[in-house]
Design a protein around this ligand. Structure first.
Ligand code: FMN
Length: 691
């Protein structure tokens, strides 16, 4: 991993590349510059920008930059200055959405090889005529020429994930019968013409990366062997590296969600590397998707699967993932949990991209760091404040006079508030009633595919002591014990909402927290009904269909689960689990990139999901409910779990109020309505900065 490598003429100090991410804040040069500066300083060997449209009709939406525009010039200037000043390298991604463009963006009908309906953009594009094809090739060339003139270190042609170049290469979307389509050879013509145009315009020595689909995961598309042949042709035609993408927006197999096992798609890239080797094409291959630790990257590189590893979201979660690891402090890395809630889900709309576990992501300019984080090139001696009392380490000494703040509750909001306060030099004591920190992340970490939520807890377990925070677990702190603090941050979270179930003495009834604590016992029952069907209920059902509920999955078990859930037919066995919801959709509140996959996982095991039902009463055989059409229905059940929302835990806040101690309430304790962890972490950052 830490062996230098090269992409064409571009020498790189190691093998970790920060993958392309469209951020929705590209038009804010200050935010963009600060975002990239931290990632370059944090050690990314090469950063690839988010997709920049080569022309307006190729734009992926209003927030995409279009090459040549004033906004693009400004953003490029800020990004290049930031990255180069920090000693990094920046590649511009050249992008054309094709049939994934939206007509409403500029009032332009999307253009594509053929008029094939797109479920993603909900439109049917116009088939490109020869003049439009020629113009598009010129636009790719123009964008590449400009990139070189502006000082980019490389360009990456976006040829995967179902965008225009990929559409020409795919039998599912290229139905032409002319020079640009009709058989595998002609389907290769457009990707090769784009490469030739870019190579020609950028000049012979300029590094050109081609992002190539390794497998579209779309029915009727070209088989992987066709893409391997395209890889060889691209290598022969002068691509300096192939970055292997996977899947389309329309794929029904998840590629980036938490339930995708780590490194699951590396074999696709490895196959292409092997084919290149067979054809004696020594072009480096970059692997990507769901590689979220440098340990996994090292394993893939050491095994020779790929030559470089691209990580995108892991650099949102921790800009210094490389620097911390090279400094020998991997335990201080804030790990990407692949929740997608503040990144991919936002990038599909217009809200600025950030990160659930790192709410500073995208807001670095607005929330500057005061204490140098671990692994920064010019940072202070690490570990210097580890065992020291709050505020007395060298990094914190200039703040030592600040009065101490108590944070009550070590769930997401409290953890982030404590870290933020301490990083501003405030002495902090963090109280947690449970034996360990983490709050509801401890529950999520049990769900199949969500074990990385425990990595967030591991991160805070190391980062908070490094910052000098004193942690008191197993202490349900009372208002009277907090009078000595200048301020109290109340982050006491939520309590499960209780509901009145007539006949509740007929069956065991437990709240979701009790269910998460005893999943194996519940799984052993023939029937379990879950009242409520939001994100927590869906997670609980996923936990209950696991063959070994609550026990950490091995890599082998994760691979088997993924195969069971996404490559077989829908389950026919009734898992004995029924989710019941009165109104709204099952899994409402789960982000759009994840909800469909989470529900598919449940369907594969035959979990029943009913909406529009009202519980009338419990019997010893189960729940009697009135169905959507009004008739009564008996849901057989041996236990009932209530996962019908949450209420604010306000006890401590009320005590502080009565006593006159200054306090702020954040996270679920402030408002349980629509609570999610994105909001909780963000409020921790905002409160910790404001105090
Ligand atoms: N990939 C691209 O090729 N071009 C893009 O513009 C792009 N935008 C993205 C925006 C966001 C917010 C995220 C999270 C990903 C985006 N991707 C884009 C996909 C990533 O490059 C990468 O393939 C994906 O996140 C999986 O890799 P990871 O697990 O390392 O994050």
């Amino acid at each position: 991993m830490f062996t230098p490598g090269a992409i064409g003429t571009l020498n790189l100090p190691h093998r970790i590349v920060m993958g392309s991410m469209h951020l929705n804040f590209e038009s804010d040069p200050r935010a963009l510059g600060a975002f990239y500066a931290e990632r370059a300083a944090g050690g990314a060997a090469l950063i690839v920008t988010g997709g920049t449209a080569v022309n307006r009709e190729g734009s992926g939406g209003r927030t995409y930059l279009v090459s040549g525009s004033g906004a693009f010039q400004e953003a490029a200037g800020a990004a290049l200055e930031a990255v180069h000043d920090a000693g990094g390298r920046l590649a511009l991604q050249l992008f054309h959405a094709g049939r994934y463009a939206f007509e409403e963006t500029y009032g332009l009908r999307p253009l594509a090889p053929s008029p094939v309906w797109s479920a993603y953009s909900r439109s049917t594009p116009a088939a490109m005529n020869p003049e439009q094809i020629a113009q598009t090739l010129e636009d790719f060339a123009g964008a590449a020429r400009l990139a070189r003139e502006l000082g980019f270190d490389a360009v990456e042609i976006m040829g995967s994930e179902g965008y225009l170049v990929n559409q020409f290469a795919s039998a599912a979307t290229n139905l032409r019968d002319d020079d640009w389509g009709g058989d595998a050879v002609r389907r290769r013509a457009f990707p090769l013409a784009v490469l030739a145009a870019v190579r020609d315009a950028a000049g012979p020595g300029f590094p050109v990366i081609f992002r190539l689909s390794g497998d579209d995961l779309v029915p009727g598309s070209s088989p992987p062997a066709e893409y391997a042949a395209l890889a060889t042709a691209l290598a022969a035609a002068g691509a300096d590296a192939l970055n292997i993408g996977i899947g389309w927006h329309e794929s029904q197999i998840p590629t980036v969600q938490a339930l995708v096992p780590h490194g699951h798609w590396l074999p696709v890239a490895a196959r292409i590397k092997a084919v290149l080797a067979e054809h004696a094409c020594p072009v480096p291959v970059i692997g990507s998707n769901r590689i979220n630790s440098l340990g996994q990257a090292e394993a893939a590189l050491a095994a020779g699967q790929v030559d470089f590893v691209s990580m995108a979201r892991p650099f949102l979660a921790d800009p210094r993932i490389v620097a911390k690891s090279s400094a020998g402090r991997p335990e201080l890395v804030n790990t990407c949990i692949a929740c997608n809630e503040a990144c991919i889900d936002r990038s599909l709309g217009t809200e600025p991209v950030s990160c659930l576990v790192n709410p500073r992501a995208g807001r670095e300019a607005a929330y500057p760091l005061e204490v140098q984080p671990a692994g920064m090139r010019s940072g202070p001696a690490e570990g210097s404040s580890r065992s020291a009392p709050a505020g007395s380490g060298p990094a914190l000494s200039r703040f030592a006079a600040r009065p101490a703040v108590a944070v009550a509750g070590a769930g997401p909001a409290g953890l982030q508030a404590a870290a933020t306060l301490a990083s501003h030099g405030v002495p902090v004591v963090l109280f947690e009633a449970e034996p360990g920190i983490g709050g509801q992340f401890l529950l999520a970490g049990k769900v199949p595919g969500k074990a990385d939520f425990l990595e967030t807890i591991r991160y805070f377990e190391h980062e908070l002591p490094r910052l000098g925070v004193r942690i008191r677990t197993g202490v349900r702190v009372q208002a009277a014990e907090l009078t000595g603090f200048s301020h109290v941050v109340v982050a006491t979270g939520v309590l499960p909402r209780t509901v009145t179930l007539p006949g509740r003495e007929m069956l065991p009834v437990l709240d979701y927290r009790a269910a998460f604590a005893a999943p194996a016992a519940l799984r052993a029952l023939p029937g379990v009904a879950v009242v409520g069907a939001g994100g927590i209920a869906v997670d609980l059902a996923h936990l209950l269909i696991s063959p070994t509920p609550g026990r950490p999955e091995t890599a082998q078990q994760a691979a088997e689960r993924f195969a069971r859930e996404f490559s077989g037919p829908p389950g026919t066995d009734h898992a004995g689990i029924t989710l019941l919801r009165r109104g709204g959709r099952i899994g409402a509140g789960i982000g759009p990139s994840t909800r469909w996959a989470a529900l598919q996982a449940l369907r594969s095991a035959g979990v029943r999901m009913l909406t529009g039902v009202t519980v009338r009463y419990l019997t010893d055989a189960g729940l009697l409910v009135s169905g959507p059409e009004g008739g009564d229905l008996l849901i057989p059940a041996d236990a009932v779990v209530v996962a019908a929302g949450q209420v604010e835990n306000t006890e401590l806040a009320r005590g502080l109020q009565a006593q006159g101690t200054a306090f702020s309430v954040i996270g679920g304790a402030a408002s349980a309505a629509g609570l999610n962890a994105v909001r909780a972490f963000a409020e921790g950052l905002e409160c910790g900065t404001a105090l």
